[in-house]
Design a protein around this ligand. Sequence first.
Ligand SMILES: Cc1cc2nc3c(=O)[nH]c(=O)nc-3n(C[C@H](O)[C@H](O)[C@H](O)COP(=O)(O)OP(=O)(O)OC[C@H]3O[C@@H](n4cnc5c(N)ncnc54)[C@H](O)[C@@H]3O)c2cc1C
Length: 429
Amino acid sequence: MKLPNIESARSDDRVVIVGGGQAGAECAVTLRMLGFAGPITILAEESTHPYSRPPLSKGYLLGDVASADLHIRPPATYDDQRVDVRLETRVTGIDRATQTVRTEGPDGVHDVSYDWLVLATGGRARLLPDATVHAAPNVHTLRRLADIDEMRSQFTPGARLVVLGGGYVGLEVAAVARKSGLDVTVIEAAPRVLARVTVPVVSEFYERVHKQHGVDIRTSSSVDSVEVGADGRAMAVKLTDGVTLSADVVVVGIGMEANDELAHEAGLAVDGGVVVDEFCRTTDLRILAIGDCTKHPCAQNGGLRRVESVPNALEQAKVAAATLTGDARPHDAVPWFWSDQYDVKLQAVGLCPSHDEIVVRGCIDEGRSFSLFYLKDGTVRAANVVSNPRDFMFAKKMVATQVRVDPARLSDPAVPLKELLAVSGRERK
Ligand SMILES: Cc1cc2nc3c(=O)[nH]c(=O)nc-3n(C[C@H](O)[C@H](O)[C@H](O)COP(=O)(O)OP(=O)(O)OC[C@H]3O[C@@H](n4cnc5c(N)ncnc54)[C@H](O)[C@@H]3O)c2cc1C
């Protein structure tokens, strides 16, 4: 689609991408795939070529995945694709009038000119209100490879780990820690784990699985303070109910904050993330933004939302590349993500939609595979699928097309989802 009144990138225009994560890397490579021939530069503050974060709290922490296997693409790909990746190079400011960004890197301070700027700055781990606690060498957050490298050596059998936050990243760490023989307690302020991403029955299922693996899960429980000893190490976590938990390692998994300061300081619209339209354009049409750092229109429920997931980062990267190369298409994909804990895989599509009915397929109390479908006016709006990738494949299609289903047949695992999709397709014709 050609957008009205918008020029796209000319073949010799300079595209500068800030942030060498999932979204930045994908945008650069997609631009080349779409035939863009001009210079592409990725300015990346980390010291590693773009890598995948999901294994950090799973196989990499466990020691099953090597750091070289985390690369999103082999580093040589960027040279092959004529993408100039500048590592350890942090962008400190954007001058929209001169179309330059200021960088600080190994060879000093520079100004880099752009014709098109793509912000792919992701986010950072949210810190405890008393941020001084984070100076302790045994208090960790989870965002970067370096975070896990520091944490991993302390994951020794018998060590007492307290995880603050029962979201999916905190629970993944708890699962790895139990596999590694640590004594694990999870503190969650909400009345249930995973409260931000799913409904109570799924939270209860995960609490049960973790308890079966020996994790002490404490919900409706808040942290008063982390006690730090004279040696500078955290010794204990004090809860507001007066309980004190001794700790050898503390992992703070209380969410993410978007890296939107550059955009804010440059006068772009920011609202807990860089505000973009469905074509990933910010309020300056020469600047686009993609991935975890964005607040974008939600095609499903309306309004603006921030989605922290690899599929969203990849999709927005492709949408931005299409916008730049003059064949724009809107970002309207239904959001989805996955989480691996022990041998249980949660896959969720269509996050927290409004619904008037939940259909359970399979038995939540027995075994480890079941699905939940969220219906509104008889149509499928979202699904949580536990350990059934095949069903998830069809669930994604059902949500994307908002199929109308018979709840009784949907709840019966003997009726293939493929059949329900086909019936609905025939009815639409
Ligand atoms: C531990 C963990 C587990 C996860 N597990 C899953 C999962 O199972 N499934 C799933 O779908 N998603 C998962 N995610 C989320 C997923 O990794 C993110 O949604 C995805 O990485 C977002 O990509 P991004 O490029 O927007 O941001 P990022 O990957 O965060 O990359 C942004 C990059 O920009 C750099 N940067 C920031 N500011 C600047 C600057 N001023 N100058 C230069 N560089 C800068 C940052 O250092 C970073 O390297 C997980 C995330 C974490 C942390």
